[in-house]
Design a protein around this ligand. Structure first.
Ligand code: CMP
Length: 143
């Protein structure tokens, strides 16, 4: 079954949005297989966002994502990568559709509340950065 990596960023944690965001994924029908509150080291942040290393906002991005705890999660389900991207909304909240998480809760492109993997390959890589195999739970979920 397909899995994706989703991370509520420090602004989302500080604004008490964890419960509402987790609810949206649960209500959609996805299965939570891992979740933890963690403060990223600079090294982990730079690895996670490695593809943006040359971008002008890279340092700002690393500073922000390490500024407080994130809520790191793995969600499982059919087409979970693509559907999660729709639930999350466009990277720039100014373009995110109302009803999406960023459309409802965010204003700035940097502090945009949540991250979700953009492909199954990214999901595998990102899950591997944040979780060990033992942290990924297997259980039956009621639908
Ligand atoms: P995310 O989905 O976590 O992936 C990369 C992040 O870079 C993105 O969300 C944005 O939060 C951030 N980002 C993209 N463009 C900018 C920008 N122009 N300024 C600051 N941060 C940005």
């Amino acid at each position: 079954m397909e899995r994706t990596y989703v991370m509520i960023k420090p602004d989302g944690v500080q604004r008490n949005l964890i419960g509402q965001i987790v609810s949206r994924f649960e209500q959609k029908g996805f299965k939570l297989v891992a979740g933890k509150l963690v403060t990223l080291s600079k090294e982990t942040a730079e690895t996670h966002y490695g593809e943006h290393r040359e971008k002008p906002f890279f340092n700002e991005l690393v500073t922000f994502i390490t500024s407080g705890p994130v809520f790191a999660m793995v969600w499982e389900g059919e087409q979970v990568v693509k559907i999660s991207r729709h639930l999350i909304g466009a990277t720039n909240p100014a373009e995110a559709t109302p009803g999406s998480i960023r459309g409802d809760y965010a204003i700035q492109v940097g502090m945009n509340v949540i991250h979700g993997s953009d492909s199954t390959e990214s999901a595998d890589r990102e899950i591997g950065i944040f979780f060990s195999e033992e942290e990924l739970s297997t259980y039956e979920k009621n639908t």
